[in-house]
Every structure is written in C-alpha cells, then in structure tokens.
Design a binder for this molecule. Structure first.
Ligand code: 13P
Length: 249
C-alpha cells in the first residue's frame, strides 16, 4: 500500500479548488494499491468532502484547533473537522511551525485532539537548512517526535509521520529535493525511534518537492511508505500523472 497525500496549502482560489476536486473525483484509482487523501483549505473543506464522498479519496484537514468547542475565535477544532468528514489531519506542518510560530506544545495538544476525535494525525517533522548545516538533523527530529508523542496513549491508535525537510519544500518556486537514498536512511532511523512510542507500524511519508518525475525514486525505496505532495498536487494533469506512475508499480 502506498500513501499519496495531497496538501493543497493555500495555493488555489475557492473556484479552483472546486474545479480541481470535481475533476479529480472523476478519476478512478486502485484502492488496493493506493491511499489517496486530499487536504484542501478550511473554507472549501466541506464542499470537497462532499465531492469525494463514496470515491477512492479521503479528505484531511491542513491544521486543527486543539480545543473541541468554546470561545476560541478563529479556531476550527479537530471535532468540527471530524464532523465534516476528515479522516486525517496534518499536525505540525513546518509552515505552521515556522511561519505561524506553532510550538511543540501546541503540536502535542493537536495530536491528542485528533486521537480523541477519531482523526488519524499526520505528524509532520523535519529539520531546517540551519539544523542541517549545524549537524542537528537527528537532534531536531528526535526532539519533535518526543515532544509530540511522549505521554500520548497510542494504544490501538493509528498515526502517520511525514518527514519533510524544511529546506526541501518548494515555497512557490523550486525546492531542493532530498535525495531518495538520504530520505530512505532518515526514514529508517525514524522508524526505529518510533518503536519506543508505539508497537504499531507507523507509515512514514516523504515530502519536499515531490513531482511526477521523481515520485518513483522515493516510493521504490524500502523505508518510504508514500509521499506528501504540495505544489505538484495542485495541478490536475501533473497530479494524475504522479498517481498513475505509482499505481503502475
Ligand atoms: P512541495 O511538494 O510543494 O515541496 O510541498 C511539500 C509539502 O510541504 C507538503 O506538505
């Protein structure tokens, strides 16, 4: 089983999200081979969930609030997303951490909120270019994992981890993808590290400048269970090509 998760971020207009989801929902992908999930913005979320209902796609939240209900202006809780049909939620994406100052404590609370509400959290981790330069990659990732997971009751709960080196993410322009061998190596030790938190097998996805041309070089590696795609997932032809390539394996 290969995971292909599409993070549409805030790239598209309201109308473009509607059109892309309707066009994608007309494609049939092999559900025995692929788990495809789309993460639209919050405004389009319910609409996209309706478009994909009964199709071979799940929908997920790009971010969740950690309190279920109450006087929290501007927040949208994991509970609300669950009620609107979210199966997954991204938690701790680097754009939330570094642009919106989300700290490890907030990430932990969001993980907990997802588990309580029955949403599968996709914990996003990854080092910055500076961490890499200072040889702090392992330190950063282990810290992000421990802060997010320590103290959570993961028994019988599904979680996913996405390894997204911040320096590899394309922010509008072109990113520098992590080499598949390097990513595979990091995934290997993340898998090992996760054993202290849960007995379950945790799928680990790679994210950072994945496109239809390089996707196979990642998913063919032994430790990479799938991909979290940003920019390339927002263009219909490119994304369909990417998915078909993985499906052909
Ligand atoms: P890109 O595929 O645009 O580099 O984005 C990766 C990402 O951040 C997915 O969450």
């Amino acid at each position: 089983m290969t995971y292909i998760f599409a993070n549409w971020k805030m790239y598209l207009s309201y109308q473009e999200v509607r059109e892309l989801s309707i066009a994608l929902s007309q494609e049939d992908f092999d559900e025995k081979k692929l788990k495809i999930t789309v993460f639209p913005n919050t405004i389009n979320f319910s609409d996209v969930a309706r478009v994909f209902a009964g199709r071979s796609f799940a929908v997920g939240a790009q971010n969740v609030g950690w309190t279920p209900q109450g006087a929290y202006t501007g927040a949208v809780s994991a509970l609300l997303f669950q009620q609107a049909g979210a199966k997954y939620a991204l938690v701790g994406h680097s754009e939330r951490r570094y642009i919106f100052n989300e700290d490890n404590e907030a990430v932990h609370k969001k993980m907990e909120a997802c588990l309580v509400e029955g949403i599968i959290p996709v914990l996003c981790i990854g080092e910055t270019a500076e961490d890499l330069k200072e040889q702090k990659r392992e330190y950063r990732i282990k810290k992000q994992l421990s802060k997010a997971l320590e103290g959570l009751n993961l028994k019988g709960k599904e979680i996913i981890v996405a390894y997204e080196p911040v320096w590899a993410i394309s922010a509008g322009g072109k990113g520098t993808p992590c080499t598949p061998a390097d990513a595979d190596n990091v995934h290997g030790w993340i898998k090992n590290e996760l054993k202290q938190y849960t007995k379950q097998n945790v799928p680990i996805l790679y994210g950072g400048s994945v496109d239809s041309k390089n996707v196979l070089s990642y998913v063919e590696q032994g430790m990479i269970d799938g991909v979290l795609v940003g920019s390339a997932s927002t263009k219909l032809d490119e994304f369909v090509k990417l998915v078909r390539r993985v499906e052909s394996l």
